[in-house]
Design a protein around this ligand. Structure first.
Ligand code: NAD
Ligand code: MG
Length: 408
């Protein structure tokens, strides 16, 4: 029985993780949950999973959560109510919860950084969905992993595919790299990308793109921020940096391929030129389950892949003019140090402004580019956690100021 702490339990990754816990009740139990604002769903999750601890990001909402739990029919609520926690401290305590074996990081954005570090420092293994944390703070996270011995199991479908293809290599045994060491025998990674909501739009039509257009993904059902990132291809750019930190390859060895069917979840090329791929329907449950069950594979009754139903798998190179975020992410990754943190924070802020209809979709890369450009002179090569948090806050503020100028 593996005990799970689920961070971001009310989101897309979080709810799918809890569905897996229900599907395999003799394998997984939930001991801690954290959430942002959706108290209704959180209360339902507490009733179903009876965790030992629950944290909400806003400390002022702990009292409201307690009232709701107290108001429940005693027959319908767990016999023992969870310990209720709040704020960053509460999120970190839930992430490091003593009885948890594996922490699923389903918080969106750099807000996941401190809880993720708390889990690593407590020696927990991680199912890493919250890619922004590794991208912003790779130079801080990797040494902590090495120190604590925590294993980083990739939940992102592409990185899970790579991890699955690497079974039999030393990497798969440790699920952890020594900082900066490339995975032995791995020569190239090809990350597949669906192309997102605008893949079939004429570039001149992008000026008409609305929030509704950008938040409807052709293949995957995910949270709003990552769906916008998929439309801009920033999600794939972030995944390039994620792959660099997870598998230790240089940026020249990590490529992006547009694959509209989302059946091949990524490919690796090994030293002898053999290419391995992992295939499946586009469904996050499989990569999440593999994190939970690794190194075992569990029998599932899920719909089996039928390639004759899919018919054809196609591939093309991504057009850099259509997807300017791709080049921004490679450049930030290559600059290293604090630059990925700045780019990630600028993207988070720009996407939030876009979702709030304050800027246009096409402003997102322009704002990120401007802020990264300004940071070049202040770049720190080997940042501390405080440095990462400081540049993150600076980049968000810089985007807000630049966006206000655009709007004025
Ligand atoms: P989501 O928006 O559906 O859910 C986010 C969760 O985080 C919610 O529970 C929310 O309450 C919580 N949260 C939001 N802001 C918070 C804050 N400031 N402090 C604490 N908690 C906060 O997002 P998602 O789509 O589930 O994505 C979560 C992470 O997983 C992201 O980093 C994303 O890139 C990654 N990911 C998601 C998918 C997917 O299919 N959804 C696939 C691959 C990777
Ligand atoms: Mg992905």
């Amino acid at each position: 029985m593996k005990a799970l702490s689920v961070l971001g339990s009310t989101g897309s990754i979080g709810t799918q993780t809890l569905e897996l816990a229900e599907e395999f009740p003799d394998r997984f139990k939930v001991v801690a949950l954290t959430a942002g604002n959706n108290l209704d769903l959180l209360v339902q999750q507490i009733c179903r999973h009876a965790p030992e601890a629950v944290a909400v990001s806003d400390p002022e909402r702990v009292a409201a959560l307690r009232e709701r739990l107290d108001a429940l029919d005693p027959a319908k609520r767990p016999a023992r109510l969870p310990e209720l926690l709040g704020g960053n401290e509460g999120l970190c305590a839930a992430a490091a919860w003593s009885s948890a074996d594996l922490v699923v990081t389903g918080i969106v954005g750099c807000a996941g950084l401190l809880p993720t570090l708390a889990a690593i420092k407590a020696g927990k293994d991680l199912a890493l969905a919250n890619k922004e944390t590794l991208i912003a703070a790779g130079p801080v996270v990797l040494p902590e992993l090495e120190k604590s011995g925590s294993r980083l199991l990739p939940a992102d479908s592409e990185h899970s595919a790579i991890f699955q293809c690497l079974q039999g290599t030393p990497y798969a045994e440790t699920a952890r790299l020594s900082t900066g060491v490339p995975t032995p025998g791995l020569r190239r990674i090809q990350l597949t990308a669906s192309g997102g909501a605008f893949r079939d739009w004429a570039p001149e039509d992008l000026i008409k793109a609305t929030v509704a257009d950008a938040t409807s993904h052709p293949n995957w059902s995910m949270g709003r921020k990552i769906t916008v990132d998929s439309a801009s291809l920033m999600n794939k750019g972030l995944e390039v940096i994620e792959a660099h930190y997870l598998f230790g390859l240089d940026y020249d060895q990590i490529e992006i391929v547009i694959h509209p069917q989302s059946i091949i979840h990524s490919m690796v090329e090994l030293a002898d030129s053999s290419v391995l791929a992992q295939l499946g329907w586009p469904d996050m449950k499989l990569p999440i389950l593999y994190c939970l069950s690794w190194p075992e594979r569990l029998e599932t009754p899920w719909r089996r892949l039928d390639l004759t139903e899919v018919g054809s798998l196609t591939f093309r190179k991504p057009d850099p003019a259509r997807y300017p975020c791709m080049a921004l992410a490679y450049a930030a990754g290559r600059a290293g140090g604090t630059m990925p943190a700045v780019m990630n924070a600028a993207n988070e802020q720009a996407v939030a402004l876009f979702l709030d209809e304050q800027i246009h979709f096409l402003d997102i890369p322009k704002l990120i580019d401007g802020v990264c450009d300004r940071h070049r002179v202040d770049l720190m090569g080997a940042p501390s956690l405080d440095d990462v948090l400081a540049v993150d806050a600076w980049a968000r503020q810089a985007v807000r100021e630049a966006a206000a100028l655009v709007a004025a």
